[in-house]
Design a protein around this ligand. Structure first.
Ligand code: ZN
Ligand code: ZN
Length: 181
């Protein structure tokens, strides 16, 4: 969906939309067989768009249902994506001076050029930001046995315990690495 920038008057415009966004689904390149993240609903967005001089303010939120593949056990699970949008778009020519002015404010700053605002692109960017780097079906997913491939959430395999201890240790390291970010 695109909005003509000239149509944004002093009162601003409200958009309530449900839009299918294509080109967002992220497939696993590693095995090529599955989908890591796949939107299962239209993106439901409520936005208010205002304009002040040449600056455009987009506020609101979006929601979408998604299906993801767990990075540990490879099971598909349902998830939900929500993002709050608090964005200011500056006309491309003024970027440097504006960047300084807006530095202190808690806004995402981006730029636009031309006469149209690509709302779909704004939604797409916000959804991408919400996607987990490592989707997990549950925070403590035990994953697959690194030796025999058994789903350790469902069964115990007969592999030596140290195989799993090693993988748990790996997860602990991952967990610590995530916390350190
Ligand atoms: Zn899992
Ligand atoms: Zn095993």
């Amino acid at each position: 969906m695109k909005v003509n920038i000239g149509d944004i008057d002093a009162d601003g415009i409200s958009l309530d939309m449900a839009e299918d966004i294509e080109g967002l689904n992220v497939s696993s390149p590693a095995d090529g067989s599955g989908t890591d993240v796949f939107l299962t609903s239209p993106v439901d967005a409520h936005l208010v768009i205002k304009k002040s001089d040449s600056d455009i303010f987009v506020t609101g939120n979006l929601d979408a249902d998604a299906k993801m593949r767990c990075a540990r056990c490879l099971a598909e699970f349902k998830s939900h994506i929500h993002s709050d949008i608090n964005l200011v778009l500056l006309k491309a020519v003024k970027e440097e001076e504006k960047e300084k002015e807006l530095h202190e404010e808690d806004l995402d700053v981006s730029y636009y050029a031309g006469e149209e605002l690509d709302i779909t692109e704004i939604l797409r960017e916000h959804i991408l930001l919400e996607l987990p780097i490592q989707p997990l079906c549950k925070p403590l997913c035990r994953g697959l046995c690194p030796k025999c491939g058994a789903d350790l959430n469902k069964e115990k395999c007969s592999c030596p315990e140290e195989v799993h201890t090693d993988s748990r240790l790996m997860k602990l390291k991952e967990f610590k690495a995530e916390k350190a970010d």
